[in-house]
Design a protein around this ligand. Structure first.
Ligand code: ZN
Length: 224
């Protein structure tokens, strides 16, 4: 199955991806599952997941939705996967990770080497917190720093972390810009087990293109 581990919905405010747009784009691009990682909110992920579960049970072809959150911690963004409750923002990184783990979730570090982000976990901190980190995003679709994924690759060549990929899509056209082709999984432990054999693919698109597309989409929907 093809999985995009980093997707934003309209609940992120800066994204235009509604549930029907997500379904259409995933069908078109052959994406079987997405992790919804809205900024500091979880309602969208919960809603999308329950709508997708319902439709799947009715035999419809819709992407499976993993509930997640991209939490703005005091030391930059940290994602939780397979969570059921919102993790509060602006806590320290260790506390943020512990709250994700307490819910049985996985700690996923998005765009780890996007060095143009002022607040981010540095390499040294990633190593210090390694026992709490489950997955590192080896390929992000939209890092501000163009070589962020190359730096992540270099770090991962020296340090073993399970790796995944996500488009960071805020608009349908970019869904699947980075993804993992892997065996079907059931729950967090099974995902971790199967991730190692997965294969990552992705291409970077520019944050400017992303912003431009969103402005145009909003203008179009307003004039309808
Ligand atoms: Zn994101």
């Amino acid at each position: 199955m093809r999985v995009d581990f980093h997707v934003h919905t309209v609940y992120s405010k800066d994204s235009v991806i509604t549930f029907p747009l997500l379904v259409d784009a995933c069908r078109e691009k052959g994406i079987d599952a997405v992790a919804v990682m809205d900024h500091d909110v979880i309602e969208g992920a919960l809603e999308f997941a329950s709508r997708s579960d319902e439709l799947m049970a009715a035999g419809e072809q819709v992407p499976r939705v993993i509930v997640g959150e991209e939490v703005r911690s005091a030391a930059g963004e940290i994602c939780g996967l397979f969570i059921s409750e919102r993790v509060p923002d602006h806590l320290g990184p260790r506390k943020t990770m512990e709250l994700i783990k307490e819910q049985g979730g996985l700690v996923y570090i998005p765009h780890p080497f996007d060095i143009l982000k002022l607040k981010r976990l540095k390499a040294r901190e990633l190593l210090e917190l390694a026992e709490l980190i489950d997955i590192l995003e080896a390929c992000n679709g939209k890092p501000r720093f163009p070589w962020a994924n190359v730096l992540a690759g270099r770090f991962l060549a020296r340090n073993h972390f399970p790796r995944a990929a996500g488009s960071d899509a805020h608009e349908p056209v970019h869904l699947g810009a980075a993804s993992v082709e892997m065996e079907e999984f059931n729950g967090p432990a099974d995902l971790l087990e199967k991730l190692d054999a997965g294969s990552i693919s992705g291409r970077r698109y520019s944050p400017l293109t992303s912003a431009f597309i969103r402005v145009n989409l909003r203008r179009k929907t307003r004039s309808q």
